[in-house]
Design a protein. Structure first.
Length: 210
């Protein structure tokens, strides 16, 4: 496994046209040495899907130099570990998760400062995320509990035009708070997400070669 710097360069050149967008490198199933190599090249924003994997991997990394996001589903029994490890959690998607976070925040000082709400933008039963019709209710619950909601995140359905789903997330954002950031776009559709106004693209498989 190695880093494909040619593809990284292409992504970074594309980003020059979109100054309000940041690259987040997804390091799930990547080894510590690759993460440290990316850090040595100046990359600081990373995403992980699983709490336990991230906990083990990033124990060997100086996390004071980076910004680490949870971008995968969060179980309530992993909330404490997540709050102690991640700077940002992008996958707030249900009231009982908010409740679990708030209970810990009352008792403990944690690392996490920012949150995104994950929206099930395609209304797919197999995917995490709040149903779009319930977004406003969940957002208000987060506000009532003083969670710093920084943005919205989504994963559009496969094999469908992602632009309509990215536009839908834009419209949902504007309906509750137009200042929220949008985390949308991955290796297969990041260029479309850039055109749709994404503030954060999550890139993993595209830049790693076997």
């Amino acid at each position: 496994m190695q880093i494909n710097y040619e593809k990284l360069l292409i992504i970074n050149n594309n980003l020059k046209k979109f100054p309000n967008t940041t690259l987040q490198i997804v390091t799930k199933q990547r080894k510590v040495d690759l993460v440290n190599e990316l850090i040595s090249h100046g990359y600081k924003l990373f995403g992980e899907n699983r709490v336990q994997e991230a906990k083990e991997k990033y124990a060997g990394i100086d996390c004071s130099k980076i910004n680490l996001h949870l971008i995968g589903p969060l179980q309530t029994n992993k909330v404490l570990d997540a709050l102690q490890l991640f700077d940002t959690i992008q996958t707030i998607d249900r009231p009982n998760l908010v409740d679990a976070i708030v209970k810990i925040l009352i008792k403990k000082k944690v690392k996490t400062k920012n949150y995104y709400i994950q929206v099930n933008i395609g209304e797919e039963s197999q995917k995490s995320g709040v149903h779009p019709s319930l977004l406003n209710q969940l957002y208000n619950l987060c506000m009532e509990n003083n969670l710093n909601i920084e943005g919205l995140m989504c994963i559009p359905p496969k094999d469908k035009d992602p632009m309509m789903y990215f536009n839908h997330l834009n419209n949902l954002r504007d309906s509750i708070n137009h200042n929220l950031k949008l985390s949308m776009g991955m290796s297969s559709d990041y260029e479309i997400a850039l055109e749709a106004g994404s503030n954060l693209i999550r890139i993993g498989s595209l830049i790693f070669d076997e």
